[in-house]
Design a protein around this ligand. Structure first.
Ligand SMILES: [Zn+2]
Length: 374
């Protein structure tokens, strides 16, 4: 093992643990804010850390195009480049390249694609993806895979998953072992239980220190996603961290932790913060709505973030309507703070053995909705 992962409490399938990487430790279950282009949009990295985040996600696709992985390596690596000294996980670039419909060509060795920035031609293979993530200096490197589109027939999903398993073996081969740095494999197989099983067997055969569940939150719906998790996580090794990629809404996090997931990433808290939507314990609140225009109350009286302690709903509404930069800044901070609070609550509940009560109280508060208008 080049990284450390220990779990010391369980509640059903949920686990409470700690992951130790080159740049620090992560309490699990954990949520990773997304720093697409070497920045969590509208936040200074110091502020992201203040929300309680212990690890960020960076995007290989965006960074390889601009400013390039080689430039970042020359400047001391991604941690130094963006002034974030805690762990970083990078994706493989596969997901974003595959979603460049009409601008990419898949073959058995990799993908050739055109940049969305200037149309220039690029190529990603398992070996190149791993090399880029090495240049960036990621604590956690992700294997290069094809995210199977949804919906897919059994045959399409099988072909896609088996290609990803070949690429997973090549990713492992290309990965350079360094203390505190690791490579995660990615389970694919769409919504088919037998394919998810086959994928888990292929990956555990290759041997990884962590396992991601990919190809979910692509339009299958929450119920189906939970069903696939129930068919997948019980087969994953107990002693390795499990990461559900690209998920999700607060309710998705609660449900997936209950089903044995340890790590998440999602653009939702930061992206929705930039469009005026706050994620709260009482569900989503749209600050652009006229009902907040004269409301002197805080967004959430029980939230300790700067947006809730210093400002009124009326002010947050005004910033959104006037397109002021401070609006996205404050709401992104609140949303990231709320996500970290939710994860801390989940960790406490798993440790106390009260996860079912926590999940019930969470669902009840979400269903009750926002405080009544004045
Ligand atoms: Zn707040």
């Amino acid at each position: 093992m080049t990284i450390g992962f220990e779990t010391w409490a369980k509640d059903g399938a949920a686990r409470r643990g700690r992951l130790t990487l080159a740049h620090g430790t992560i309490e699990t279950p954990a949520f990773m804010p997304v720093g697409t282009a070497a920045t969590v949009k509208a936040m200074r990295p110091e502020s992201v850390a203040e929300t309680g985040a212990e690890i960020l996600l960076g995007n290989t696709y965006h960074l390889m195009l601009r400013p390039t992985a080689e430039r970042i390596a020359e400047l001391g690596g991604l941690h130094r480049f963006m002034n974030w000294n805690k762990p970083i996980l990078t994706d493989s670039g596969g997901f974003q390249v595959m979603s460049l419909a009409g601008r990419r060509k898949l073959d058995k060795d990799g993908v050739t694609f055109q940049s969305h920035i200037d149309g220039s031609k690029h190529r990603l293979t398992p070996e190149r993806s791993i090399e880029i993530q090495h240049l960036l200096g990621s604590d956690i490197t992700m294997a290069f895979d094809e995210c199977t589109p949804h919906p897919a027939t059994h045959e399409q999903a099988a072909d896609s998953m088996r290609l990803s398993m070949k690429w997973a073996a090549r990713s492992k081969e290309a990965f350079t072992d360094r203390p505190g740095h690791t490579l995660f494999g990615i389970v694919q197989g769409s919504v088919y239980d037998d394919l998810r099983r086959e994928s888990v067997e292929a990956l555990t055969g290759i041997g990884f220190e962590g396992y991601a569940v990919g190809g979910l939150a692509v339009g299958e719906g929450q119920e189906e996603m939970f069903r696939v998790l129930e068919a997948t996580t019980p087969h994953l090794p107990d002693d390795a961290p499990r990461y559900l990629m690209g998920v999700g809404k607060p309710g998705d996090l609660v449900g997936a932790v209950t089903r044995g997931i340890d790590m998440f990433d999602c653009v939702l808290p930061s992206r929705s913060g930039r469009t005026g939507q706050a994620q709260t314990r009482r569900g989503p609140v749209n600050l652009r709505n006229a009902r907040h225009a004269a409301d002197p109350r805080p967004l959430d009286a029980d939230c300790a973030c700067p947006a809730c302690t210093g400002y009124s709903r009326a002010y947050l509404h005004h910033l959104q309507k006037a397109d002021e930069i401070l609006g996205p800044m404050l709401l992104t901070w609140h949303n990231l703070h709320y996500y970290q609070e939710l994860m801390a609550g989940l960790r406490g509940a798993v440790e106390a053995g009260t996860l079912a009560d926590f999940a019930a109280a969470f669902a009840e508060q979400q269903a009750a909705g926002d405080i009544p208008a004045l």
